[in-house]
Write a protein that binds this ligand. Structure first.
Ligand code: SF4
Length: 393
């Protein structure tokens, strides 16, 4: 489950561990209201997982299980494949618990356990989807319902922080020597595992987490761009990320005329990041122009391209049949496209006889260079306030 309420959150840890001022920079950007659709879908999938494991753990009776499951099935984001995917995760948990229990009668399965690692990062906590403790081992099993970005268990700082929290929660009762971490990402057919000796995890906590958390909490340290920028709220206009991308454009090629294979390899590697950065900047700029009327020198907002479409195909066929065209001429398997119809009937005639039966809806606003021939869309009358002010205050 998301642990968004912790400032030094486990889910955002790859950012604040690597780029300690990122939390302070992100605080200048608004939260997405109610979470995006993928976050809400993930929450629903986790609710199913929790319910199935509660029933397995005999925490709820069958009637309550069925009642709650039916309620969840009424959710607008529910689809029939969801339970199949979630059951991949619950089967892993159940299997791991049964193995632990076979070796240790005192093994326990804890569902949606709060995992507090604030001893190393002020206010830090998260929620472990499933935590199994027994035989000297504490194991976290985490469900990742998304399928957009593959997530792996190896050296995953979110899971390592959960591991710390789990160790902290159970160390007084169990003699723990190993922390295991598993990520189940069923929609990508991926189950990955990673384990650490407790001593190595504590070493990481003291020497990596603690100092980074102290800096992050105060908004201090160096901005360090990297793969962790992907989910940073500041990623579109962060100067450190921009500089890292622009530095590459001054790459020192060996041959002044032709690139060598290793250089082509380097360019291709960087191209993906450059393109995703440019995309982020463009999306941000478009939003600013649309929502606040911010003006970016050299750029203007225009109506994007759009396609024409038929209003009522049956009426159009009727009109054209009256003009002497046969159904065979007008149809393939379905009605021919507008361009083909213009070739058959003539553009002028189509305009005259079909008129309002063909419409063109307005294209989505697009940001283009000022030299573009399209007319600038008049901006909203909404107050246009200093763009920089919003971000600097
Ligand atoms: S975009 Fe990257 S470098 Fe910039 S603040 Fe975010 S994580 Fe740090």
């Amino acid at each position: 489950m998301p642990d968004a309420h912790a400032k030094l959150s486990a889910s955002g840890s790859s950012r604040w561990l690597n780029c300690t001022p990122s939390i302070s920079l992100e605080s200048k950007f608004p939260e997405q209201e109610g979470g995006g659709i993928f976050a809400r879908e993930g929450t629903l999938a986790h609710s199913f997982g929790e319910l199935i494991l509660q029933r397995f753990n005999r925490e709820i009776d069958k009637a309550k299980f069925i009642r709650k499951r039916n309620l969840l099935k009424n959710h607008e984001l529910y689809d029939e494949t969801m339970i199949d995917h979630v059951e991949v995760y619950t089967s892993v948990v159940i299997e791991k618990f049964q193995e632990a229990h076979a070796e240790d009668d005192d093994a326990v399965l804890s569902i949606e356990q709060r995992l507090d690692y604030s001893k190393w990062a002020r206010g830090g906590f998260g929620t472990g989807d499933a935590v199994i403790v027994g035989n000297g081992v504490v194991e976290i099993v985490d469900l990742k319902y998304g399928k957009g970005v593959p997530v792996f268990a190896e050296e995953n700082s979110q899971l390592m922080l959960y591991g710390l929290g789990a160790y902290h929660a159970f160390e007084s009762v169990y003699d723990l020597h190993t922390v295991k971490m598993t990520i189940v990402q069923p929609r990508l057919d991926s189950i990955t595992e990673f384990e650490m000796d407790v001593s190595d995890l504590l070493d990481w906590a003291d020497n990596v987490v603690k100092p980074a958390a102290l800096l992050a909490d105060k908004g201090e340290g160096e901005l360090v761009p990297g793969s962790w920028c992907k989910f940073c709220k500041a990623k579109s206009i962060c100067k450190a990320r921009a500089e890292a991308n622009l530095t590459f454009t001054s790459y020192d090629f060996k041959d002044p005329r032709l690139m060598q294979p290793d250089e082509i390899g380097a360019v291709l590697r960087q191209a993906a990041e450059l393109s995703s950065w440019a995309d982020d900047v463009k999306k941000f700029a478009l939003k600013e122009v649309e929502a606040k009327g911010v003006k970016f020198p050299g750029w203007k907002l225009v109506e994007g391209r759009s396609n024409r479409k038929y209003v009522d195909e049956e009426t159009i066929i009727g009109v054209l049949e009256l003009e002497g065209y046969s159904e065979d001429e007008l149809m393939n398997k379905k009605m021919k496209g507008i361009g083909d119809l213009e070739k058959l009937v003539g553009k002028k005639k189509v305009d005259t006889i079909l008129g309002d039966l063909i419409v063109k809806s307005p294209g989505r606003p697009t940001l283009v260079l000022e030299s573009d021939k399209r007319k600038e869309i008049s901006l909203k009358s909404a107050a246009v306030d200093d763009f920089a002010d919003d971000l600097e205050n």
